[in-house]
Design a protein around this ligand. Structure first.
Ligand SMILES: NC(=O)c1ccc[n+]([C@@H]2O[C@H](COP(=O)([O-])OP(=O)(O)OC[C@H]3O[C@@H](n4cnc5c(N)ncnc54)[C@H](O)[C@@H]3O)[C@@H](O)[C@H]2O)c1
Ligand SMILES: Nc1nc(=O)c(N)c(NC[C@H](O)[C@H](O)[C@H](O)COP(=O)(O)O)[nH]1
Length: 207
């Protein structure tokens, strides 16, 4: 994020991390069993979510997980390429046709969790059953809030780049509904902080 907490500009531009930070993220991806994003991140960035900035083997790629209530992931997007397995979590709102298009040719496994939105506790249970014990959430702001709100985040690692974007409509690290009173804010414990290139990395445990 930028110093003012933005993870994208209001137009959706999001090149924030310095080169060293991108390598840090890919080293982390390599250690993970799974990597998860919300559907808006897929639509905005068309990410691959593979380990491709450091040397790696195909089996180093984590399971890619998309939280996508209505199965809106476009079948031609890179998240469905054959480089790594992909799981799309949808809700009962997803149309059977869209689910079928995502499952075609083994592109993705689709699981249904929840009535309207994806039920994140149900999804975590399903991932646990598949042997996914470590999961990195890579955004965006809305899913970050839901995961924190559901008590499903153990640890937060943030990169603060020396940039300020501003913009009342620009996404921040955590958006969603937000808490009404600071007494209800999610509490963190500072574990580690260090400079990386021009960026600052801060690691917290969630209390
Ligand atoms: N700088 C970074 O590191 C970084 C990382 C990721 C994303 N981004 C940026 O974030 C923006 C996208 O963030 P966003 O907040 O709009 O969307 P998001 O990626 O968090 O996706 C949210 C969507 O997921 C779906 N969803 C289904 N079930 C849900 C649940 N239980 N909880 C929450 N969402 C659920 C809903 O359709 C919801 O609108 C993009 O502009 C992207 O570039 C930046
Ligand atoms: N570490 C990091 N720094 C950034 O400046 C930024 N914008 C992202 N964004 C995370 C988001 O999930 C992106 O969509 C992926 O970083 C796309 O990258 P890949 O195609 O998977 O390499 N992540």
């Amino acid at each position: 994020m930028t110093l003012d907490g933005k993870i994208a500009t209001q137009k959706g531009s999001s090149e924030i991390s310095g080169q060293e930070d991108l390598l840090r993220v890919h080293r982390l991806r390599k250690e993970m069993d799974g990597i998860m994003v919300g559907i808006n991140t897929v639509l905005a960035d068309d990410p691959r979510l593979t380990v491709h900035k450091i040397s790696s083997n195909p089996e180093d790629n984590p399971l890619r997980v998309v939280v996508d209530s209505k199965a809106r992931t476009p079948p031609e997007y890179r998240i469905l390429n054959p480089e790594a397995p992909t799981l799309i979590a949808v809700s009962q709102e997803a149309s059977p046709d869209k689910i079928k298009a995502l499952e075609e040719d083994g592109k993705a496994e689709v699981i249904i969790c929840g009535d309207k939105q994806v039920d994140l506790n149900c999804l975590m249970d399903e991932l646990g059953n598949k042997g996914i014990k470590t999961l990195m959430l890579e955004g965006g702001s809305t899913l970050n809030y839901s995961m924190l709100g559901a008590g499903l985040v153990n640890e937060i690692r943030v990169c603060i780049a020396p940039m300020i974007a501003g913009g009342v409509k620009a996404k921040t690290l955590v958006d969603g509904k937000g808490v009404d009173y600071m007494k209800d804010a999610f509490r963190l414990n500072l574990k580690k902080s260090y400079s990386l290139g021009k960026d600052l990395i801060i690691e917290y445990e969630v209390l």
